[in-house]
Ligand binder design. Structure first.
Ligand SMILES: *Cc1c(COP(=O)(O)O)cnc(C)c1O
Length: 393
């Protein structure tokens, strides 16, 4: 019996590739799966990690991304999220209850900082912010109720690199989980699980997708048993990854190694030239000899990353003018894109911080963060050089 037109518009046949398979991950842009028997569907309700079932619980494209990133990070299991903050929220909500305590690195991503303040105000989670990020300071900050040590591989925008193995050992000794935001380093430069991390989080919006066209996040657990609770927390939080964003991220991931190599080479070139320029007061880049964490970076990172922070001479206004005078380098909030991006934290991402708080976070009023892209290094330098002239630095 042939169905009527309206039915046929809904029930289109899907192509079956038969014996051959696509070389790239297919995009399963659908939010549910159909079952051949009521019994099988009932079983799926009972075991929500079994068959694919409903999009918030899992999707084959999203699963492909989760397995890929878990593998690159050397973890046992991963869950993808709608954003980096989705991943960080799920991890902290899973690990923490009211009355628990977090020890956090001095300089954290703004969104993470805001989330901790919220957890403290609304849920009674105590937070200790480190000042020097040393293992001794972390040890002194630990309490019996400390559940999480929260770190970032390369801090934003200071590019400080903490001693991950020493710090995670302090957490492990006290039974606390080490959670590391590895967004700036990517697993190409650092695999925090190798250095004692229990959970690694990413904003895949940045380097992992790499082309500024997707928002996403992921959390990777070192051990499968640590991931069970996180998975159900993620399902209930509902910040699940969209299949298309996951697909774009998978496409970007294929060139991660190529892109990171170029990001690192261009960043080192730019940082070196900036450091030699008379209009520049300071350059923060873990690949430069005068970086305070040069040794730690050399030990933990396979490359110094694509983020350079520069302080043009002349103070806060000159930093703002420099950022505004850039032409090829786009003024924008994000990072980790193939195109170069710049941000003046004191007047934008960190505008809520007073001069003293900025100084405590290690951020100069003049500091401009440059996410160095994969363009030709000579063109980047030409743009940065003219902007320094215009800034009157
Ligand atoms: C961007 C970013 C986040 C937040 O990720 P979203 O995808 O924007 O939610 C978290 N941590 C770091 C280090 C980031 O750069």
């Amino acid at each position: 019996m042939s169905a009527h037109f309206a039915t046929r518009t809904v029930h289109t046949a899907g192509a079956d590739p038969g014996g051959s398979r696509p070389t790239t991950a297919p995009l399963y842009q659908g939010h549910q799966f159909r079952f051949d028997s009521a019994e099988r569907l009932a079983a799926a309700f009972g075991d929500q990690r079994g068959d694919f079932f409903y999009g918030r619980y899992g999707n084959p494209t999203v699963r492909t991304l989760e397995e890929a990133v878990a593998g690159l990070e050397g973890g046992a299991a991963a869950t993808a999220f709608s954003s980096g903050m989705g991943a960080i929220s799920a991890v902290l909500l899973e690990k923490l209850g009211s009355g628990d305590h977090v020890v956090a690195q001095s300089c954290l991503y703004g969104g993470t900082h805001a989330l901790l303040e919220e957890l403290a105000a609304k849920w009674g989670v105590a937070v200790t912010r480190l000042e020097t990020d040393t293992a001794a300071e972390a040890r002194a900050a630990m309490r019996p109720e400390t559940r999480v040590l929260l770190l970032e591989t390369i801090a934003n925008p200071t590019t400080r690199v903490c001693d991950l193995p020493a710090l995670s050992a302090e957490a492990a000794a006290r039974g606390a989980a080490t959670v590391v935001d590895n967004t700036f380093a990517t697993p190409l430069l650092c695999r925090p699980i190798e250095h004692g991390a229990d959970v690694v989080v990413h904003s895949t919006s940045k380097y992992l997708s790499g082309h500024g066209d997707a928002v996403g996040g992921i959390a990777v657990s070192a051990r499968a048993d640590q991931h069970e609770g996180l998975w159900s927390r993620a399902v209930n939080l509902g910040a699940c990854a969209d299949p298309f964003a996951a697909w774009l991220t998978l496409r970007g991931l294929q060139t991660l190694a190529l892109r990171m190599e170029r990001h690192c080479a261009n960043a080192l070139d730019l940082a070196t030239r900036l450091a030699a320029h008379p209009g520049v007061e300071r350059v923060h880049y873990p690949g430069l000899d005068d970086h305070p964490d040069r040794g730690t970076a050399g030990r933990l990172l396979d490359g110094a990353g694509g983020i350079v922070a520069v302080e043009p001479a002349g103070g806060r206004e000159s930093g703002r003018r420099f950022a505004e005078a850039l032409r090829l380098v786009a003024l924008g909030p994000s990072l980790g894109d193939v195109r170069s991006l710049a941000l003046h934290p004191a007047s934008t991402s960190h505008a809520a911080l007073g001069a003293a708080e900025l100084a405590a976070a290690g951020i100069g009023g003049a500091t401009v963060r440059i996410s160095v892209g994969v363009e030709d290094a000579a063109d980047l330098w030409a743009d940065v050089e003219q902007a320094l002239v215009q800034a009157g630095a």
